[in-house]
Write a protein that binds this ligand. Sequence first.
Ligand code: NAI
Length: 271
Amino acid sequence: MSENLLRGKRGIITGALDENSIAWKTALKAKEQGAKFVLTNAPIAMRMGAIQDLAKQCDTIVIPADATSVEDIEKLYAEAKEYLGGNFDFILHSIGMSPNVRKGREYGDLNYDWVHKSYDISAISFHKMMQVAEKMDIMNEWGSILGLSYIAAQRVYPFYNDMAEAKALLESIARSYGYRYGKLKKVRVNTISQSPTKTTAGTGIGGFDSFFNFSDSMSPLGNAPADACASYIVMMFSDLTRYVTMQNLFHDGGYSFTGISEDIIEQFKDK
Ligand code: NAI
């Protein structure tokens, strides 16, 4: 069913690594809704090759860019603008990585060089993508820029490690840049706080399966799948959400506002 919610819109989609990626599903839905976009990922992710298959399906190209490099982002935007034939209406930042998480360092034994890397890749890159966009004046009025977050930005999830601070920073950048970009050019900036999702980034977090199941039991609607997140992203890129900005939007089946569920109570009955 095509409704062409994004007809005539152009943009950038980062972070499609494989078919489980939230960005991968977003690209397919954005295409279905009439958008034109360029895909990008870190040069190292290109080696896996899967993103080229997605590009074929979406009838587009892939431009490698390390999101921590201002030069790479400048080059990405310049080439994408030429390929797409104009400025952008949307940018998806779907990027996250913590070397501390990946290498199993505990929160009380962090490697600080890696902490900087976690913040740079997972949060500051969001600022970089917007600052370069502003300087190149590459966004159209009423454009929409989105990042993806997790509730560990507000509450303690011990296994989430230094990614918790990275997400808190990401959400803060969305607010601060959202104000600035709104004033400057009526561009809106938001984060979507997504349920645990079975992707490479998600399953890399310690104890993922347990907290995936816990979260599913806590949410009246169950965990929100990646496909549904992609639909939400498409709606946020569409003209139907023009006045939503500087928000952290929970897309989590009701998890964030549930104190406790019957399912969880049941498990503690005889303790
Ligand atoms: P994913 O592993 O498919 O995507 C993460 C992407 O970040 C990959 O494509 C990776 O190549 C890219 N990336 C890493 N370093 C980069 C760099 N220096 N430059 C450019 N790209 C780089 O996993 P997923 O889950 O689709 O992640 C997308 C976003 O959603 C991330 O921000 C993640 O933290 C967030 N999120 C994920 C949840 C989950 O449970 N999977 C829950 C809530 C938020």
